[in-house]
Design a protein around this ligand. Structure first.
Ligand SMILES: Cc1cc2nc3c(=O)[nH]c(=O)nc-3n(C[C@H](O)[C@H](O)[C@H](O)COP(=O)(O)O)c2cc1C
Length: 199
């Protein structure tokens, strides 16, 4: 069974990205996936302290809730990550998680010595984001961050669902076409992971 990890990066409990990610999770569940959910705002997670305690084993030495997510990130085959746009990047909750994954960068490039940009796994990720404004460049900074984050995770950024003009809590509910797109993406993610595999 292919495992999917769904990470909620909004500080809002019923935020727009939360509502969209809920749909993607439901799509994957309906297709038969096993999904674990992580709500970042509920965790106690320090920012990266840049002490490089990870350089011996590739594991971060700060003992907090990141330790569980680290194992979940290594264990899943599919990742769904949802974050609002805050100042043209991901939310602070999401960025803390990304920075703590510097331990995985250390593991991949310093310890395992994988040539830059090579992927060793068939893992795939779905990214969901929304911003209030409608500018053409709204997601540019975030997508660059995501590109390097997914590289460190040894994962293909399989699909990004990016929506402009969503601001108030719950606004995503007034866009059933976006909810449906997220549901279908969740389903497709699981089906694409399962293709050609009996596990
Ligand atoms: C701290 C903060 C920074 C924001 N920065 C941006 C921004 O740079 N561009 C933008 O279009 N919207 C920005 N927004 C609006 C949010 O992206 C928008 O409200 C979004 O719908 C929130 O998603 P959520 O409900 O999933 O948390 C910002 C909101 C906050 C609270």
């Amino acid at each position: 069974m292919k495992k999917i990890l769904a990470i909620y990066g909004s500080p809002r409990r019923q935020g727009n990205t939360t509502l969209l990610l809920n749909q993607a999770v439901q799509g994957a569940l309906d297709a038969g996936a096993q999904v674990e959910k992580v709500v970042l705002r509920d965790l106690k997670m320090s920012p990266c302290l840049e002490i490089y305690g990870c350089k011996e084993t590739g594991r971060c030495v700060i003992q907090d809730d990141f330790q569980t997510i680290y194992d979940q990130l290594l264990d899943c085959q599919g990742l769904m990550l949802a974050s609002p746009i805050f100042f043209y990047n991901v939310s602070a909750h999401t960025k803390i998680l990304i920075d703590r994954c510097q331990s995985l960068w250390v593991k991949k490039y310093w310890i395992d010595k994988i040539p830059y940009g090579q992927r060793q796994t068939e893992r795939k990720g779905l990214f969901i984001s929304v911003g209030a404004t409608k500018g053409k460049r709204l997601f540019e900074g975030t997508l660059l961050t995501l590109k390097y984050f997914f590289d460190v995770l040894d994962m293909e950024l399989w699909k990004a669902l990016l929506y402009r003009g969503f601001d108030f809590e719950g606004e995503a509910l007034t866009h059933p076409e976006c909810l449906k797109e997220a549901y279908e993406a969740g389903k497709e993610l699981f089906l694409s992971l399962s293709k050609g595999s009996s596990a």
